[in-house]
Write a protein that binds this ligand. Structure first.
Ligand code: SPV
Ligand code: MG
Length: 431
């Protein structure tokens, strides 16, 4: 009996999958690999079923002889393990980053005379409807809200990128990159107060009111499914913060990060150049505790952000605050720094872990941007936030375009660096 292999990375079985199995069984005994959660998250959507449930779904399919786990999106391990005579796959992987997986399979099976069989991908209204429903489910508040905690458990490092509009949300949602056989994408979105304010032409001083900031979240949520971390600035006074928690939780936001400052909040990257005061430990702890008390689900996270290093109050103060805020109920600690080098952040992470092995640690490497994700993982960081890079890349490009149109008295000279008109018209899918 010949051996046939196919890999599924889906939480729903539709006629396209059945078609693959029906064809595969014509060639021999069918083994289906179910892609692991970790690999699926890096390359595809977040699974709406647990790994065990996805295995069960495939076991129940007629024509499947064996179900195994495929740990990696590339087929090296799996092929050396089972050496299938045939690998069966839909032909939809010929273009885009997925073509790297196809090339990987072709080169692997060639070595021992195996064969790749590609079947026409099943495109029809029913399959599209099923796919759309998965997306809608992932976007629902009750599914989206808990996803940050799920990601912290599955991912060795959760990566968040700044968003401030539907369009930037779509970039974080959809950008997938294949690089030397590794797939990657962002896991979460950061609604930065700096970038949300900047997009509205306002300073980052808690001036943009909450109604407007919720509107930004709503714009992002309308077109995305990934979890949201909201920059709550100082959270305001405790009596107001509890309302913020309720609203964010109801909307399906996964976490709010509040910083231990009082009075007029200025952007942290200004450091001690701007006069800024830190809140007393007792007062900020009380604010965290008040927020935790009104929370209705176990999913939502209140993360305490410590400004001791920004305000040059020292490492001991930062550590003391971190442990106190966890005691008060904080679900994680964000430690911030404006140094060029990551040394103080790394020292903080290592020393914090001596007494706290579990609380998630969050960092924002804007100024110490030479630090690598590998280094952050080594020092037990759980979430890295790239806090403002989309805004900072868009602004100079737009400004240059404005300058050049003024300079040349027409738009011809700028056109070659612009997105083609057809691409911008078709960028957004209509329902
Ligand atoms: C933001 O993105 O708004 C932040 C991070 O709070 S920082 O600008 O570094 O303070
Ligand atoms: Mg901010």
């Amino acid at each position: 009996m010949k051996k046939v292999y196919t890999c599924f990375c889906t939480s729903v079985i539709h006629e396209g999958h059945r078609n693959i199995i029906e064809n595969a069984r014509k060639y021999g005994e069918v083994t289906v690999g179910v892609l692991s959660d970790e690999a699926m998250i890096r390359y595809n959507r977040f699974p709406t079923l647990s790994f065990e449930e996805r295995m069960q779904l495939v076991r129940e399919l007629d024509g499947v002889d064996r179900v195994i786990v495929q740990e990696d999106i590339m087929y090296d391990q799996i092929i050396s393990r089972i050496r299938p005579d045939y690998v069966v796959h839909g032909d939809n992987w010929k273009i885009g980053p997925e073509s790297a997986i196809r090339n990987n399979v072709i080169s692997l099976v060639e070595r021992y005379g195996g064969e790749l069989i590609e079947l026409p991908y099943t495109y029809n209204d029913n399959v599209k409807r099923i796919d759309d429903r998965i997306k809608e489910k992932l976007a629902m508040p009750e599914y989206r809200r808990k996803r940050l905690r799920q990601l912290i458990d599955i991912r060795s490092l959760v990566k968040a990128l700044e968003v401030h509009s539907g369009l930037t949300g779509l970039i974080v949602e959809k950008t997938v990159v294949e690089n030397e056989g590794e797939f990657d994408q962002f896991d979460a979105m950061w609604v930065s107060s700096l970038c949300d304010s900047t997009a509205k032409g306002k300073p980052d001083i808690e001036l943009v009111d909450m109604t407007s900031r919720y509107r930004t979240i709503d714009d992002v949520m309308e077109v995305t499914t990934k979890p949201i971390i909201f920059d709550g600035d100082t959270g305001g006074i405790a009596e107001h913060f509890v309302y913020m928690v309720r609203t964010l939780e109801r909307m399906g936001v996964s976490a709010v990060i509040i910083e231990d400052k009082i009075g007029l909040k200025r952007n942290s990257l200004l450091g001690i150049e701007a006069e800024q005061k830190q809140a007393a430990i007792e007062d900020f702890s009380a604010k965290i505790a008040a927020g935790k008390k009104v929370q209705l689900t176990d999913d939502f996270m209140i993360i305490a952000r410590i400004e001791s290093l920004i305000l040059e109050k020292g490492m001991e103060d930062a550590l003391k605050r971190a442990h106190a805020f966890v005691q008060a109920g904080a679900d994680g600690i964000m430690i911030h720094s404006r140094k060029k080098e990551p040394d103080e952040i790394i020292e903080f992470c290592d020393r914090f872990r001596v007494n706290d092995r579990n609380s998630p640690l969050i960092v924002v490497p804007t100024s110490y941007n030479s630090v690598t994700e590998e280094e952050l993982k080594k020092h037990n960081v759980n979430i890295v936030i790239y806090a403002n890079q989309l805004t900072r890349s868009a602004f100079p490009a737009m400004e240059q375009t404005a300058k050049d149109i003024l300079k040349y008295h027409r738009a011809l000279e700028v056109d070659e660096r612009l997105m083609p008109i057809n691409d911008i018209i078709t960028l957004i899918n209509e329902l």
